[in-house]
Design a binder for this molecule. Structure first.
Ligand SMILES: *[C@@H]1O[C@H](CO)[C@@H](O)[C@H](O)[C@H]1NC(C)=O
Ligand SMILES: *[C@@H]1O[C@H](CO)[C@@H](O)[C@H](O)[C@H]1NC(C)=O
Length: 376
């Protein structure tokens, strides 16, 4: 080998080599090689990490390799489409119009949380019309790359206007959809006739929540969920990788961890599963990033406002705001919710003993929630 190599070295450089002390030259040579290997590996790692953290393109509905469009959709002013579904009496005959906002890993059909056990007598006699829509990136609604906490409130307002729901409508949001009800109370309060938040997800980084309270609630979550929300908050750019990698467990919500299922949830599960199996495949069909991951990044990100500091939107009692929460909810802890309800005395707080996260599906709950909301 040495002979073969030396043959290619010119006489001049050979002389230069022989002048250097041999020992030092070979050490420097070796460490240089290691440095190069380390540098190349590091660049390789960065390239891999960059690829791994970048979500694949979404499969937008109606695009050549995307899922088909089957739902009714409206087109928003920025060109995006929102898919929706209607329930109840026709809107031109309705006295009460309600917009339902679905939760994490759900779609417009998950309005079943409040319609599957809603009595038709109530719907007919009161004249109730319910609109449920796919939040951006879910089901058949186009993803919104510019989505923020605020933007979906304005999507909702535009949806109401394009469907001709009138100057005021009610809003009901479940879980992550409950977070959006806070946003509507902040940005479009003049359009609301009333609001119901069903176990709205709490963001541990809302500044108005006392840190000892959020720490206690946070520590009760399974470690995998602490990490999932931590990553979404502090390193949103890593959210895609975190929830798709196989080294650590991602969010319980994504992986259906039994540790977050309360006794009541367990009892309701067969009912919920039989309803959801019809449409579950549609939920994430445009990609996990534009639906689930973006939801986590926004829901647990830094908010433009703090719901715990909201003003009463109904100073003349022209509407009411209700918050429902189970005390055995293992996904959304009850203690921060109690604190928020106390801090905002204009909220009518309904705490349900023994209830878990899925209580709207329980017998009679939908009737109770809707009657209470419409009674003001
Ligand atoms: C609600 O569910 C219970 C139990 O399955 C059933 O007995 C009741 O008829 C349902 N009510 C409506 C309005 O669907
Ligand atoms: C947090 O601290 C406040 C004031 O120091 C105290 O009143 C409250 O009980 C504490 N809450 C928890 C959950 O430890």
């Amino acid at each position: 080998m040495a002979v073969g190599t030396s043959r290619k070295i010119s006489a001049a450089s050979a002389r230069a080599h022989t002048r250097k002390p041999k020992q030092k030259a070979s050490v420097a040579g070796f460490s240089g090689v290691y440095k190069k290997i380390a540098l190349v590996s590091f660049i390789g790692f960065l390239a891999w990490a960059y690829q791994a953290t970048r979500p694949p393109p979404s499969k937008t509905c109606g695009s050549p390799d995307g899922p088909p469009i089957t739902a009714s959709r409206i087109q928003l002013n920025d060109g995006r489409h929102l898919a929706y579904k209607e329930y109840g009496v026709p809107k031109d005959k309705a006295k009460y119009k309600i917009i339902f906002v679905h939760g994490f890993d759900c779609c417009r059909h998950d309005v079943s949380a409040i319609t599957s056990n809603l009595s038709s007598d109530l719907v007919e006699s009161q004249g109730i019309h319910i609109v449920s829509f796919d939040r951006p990136g879910y089901g058949e609604s186009d993803p919104n790359p510019k989505q923020t906490v605020k933007s979906t409130a304005f999507d909702i307002e535009e949806l109401a206007d394009k469907l001709g729901l009138g100057s005021k409508f009610y809003i009901v949001g479940f879980s992550m959809g409950g977070q959006l009800v806070w946003t509507c109370l902040k940005y479009i309060p003049h359009r609301l006739a009333g609001a119901a938040l069903l176990t709205p997800v709490v963001n541990y980084w809302w500044p108005g929540l006392p840190s000892n309270l959020t720490k206690e609630a946070y520590d009760q979550q399974p470690p995998q969920d602490q990490w999932a929300v931590r990553v979404s908050h502090y390193m949103p750019w890593l959210t895609y990788w975190w929830n798709t990698q196989k080294l650590f467990l991602g969010s319980s919500l994504i992986y259906h961890n039994p540790a977050v299922i309360s006794n009541q949830d367990r009892e309701l599960l067969p009912r919920i599963q039989s309803i959801r199996k019809e449409y579950q495949a549609q939920v994430r069909q445009q990609g996990d990033f534009v639906s689930l991951h973006r939801d986590l990044m926004i829901g647990f990100g830094t908010w433009e406002f703090d719901p715990t500091g909201l003003e009463n939107p109904f100073l003349e009692s022209e509407g009411s705001v209700h918050l429902w929460q189970g005390d055995d909810d293992k996904l959304v802890p009850v203690t921060p919710q109690r604190y928020i309800a106390q801090k905002l005395p204009w909220i009518q707080y309904h705490e349900l003993a023994g209830a878990g996260h899925m209580f709207p599906f329980a017998d009679g709950m939908a009737d109770l929630i809707i009657k209470t909301l419409l009674a003001g």
